[in-house]
Design a protein around this ligand. Structure first.
Ligand SMILES: [Zn+2]
Length: 135
């Protein structure tokens, strides 16, 4: 296990810092993710690490930016250590989708496939069970 896991997981309150997936309903610990990838010089330090579900980490891969469909602007991906989730995203409880509120939020939703069918179907269940919320 990553030596930073206990700190990173507790700091994130055991939820994916990108899509808010609740770690408690998974049968495997979430991943300690490098916000700036190691391949781009990102270090294994507390302020460059985030808790991520498998889906978000898989699609984030080595990316640090993506294009916002709305403005066609290249934007930095959401940075959980620098940015506030509520300023960049909101959960649409009726559909289970996460809406990007900023260029960075929208670019992150797209790059990390936060509204993939599997993600949205799972999120609806987490919402139903009260395991995920806006805060
Ligand atoms: Zn996630």
């Amino acid at each position: 296990m990553n030596p930073y896991y206990p700190l990173v997981s507790a700091r994130a309150r055991h939820a994916c810092e990108y899509c808010r997936a609740p770690e408690i309903v998974f049968n495997l610990s979430f991943e300690v993710e490098h916000i700036t990838p190691q391949s781009r010089g990102g270090e294994s330090t507390e302020n460059n690490l985030a808790l991520s579900c498998r889906s978000c980490n898989l699609y984030k891969s080595d990316y640090v930016s993506a294009v916002d469909e709305l403005t066609q602007q290249e934007a930095d991906l959401f940075n959980p250590r620098r940015d506030l989730w509520d300023e960049h995203f909101s959960i649409v409880e009726e559909t289970g989708e996460i809406k990007g509120l900023t260029v960075s939020g929208r670019a992150t939703v797209l790059r990390l496939r936060i509204n993939s069918t599997a993600q949205v179907e799972a999120r609806k269940q987490w919402l139903r069970l009260g395991l995920i919320s806006q805060r």
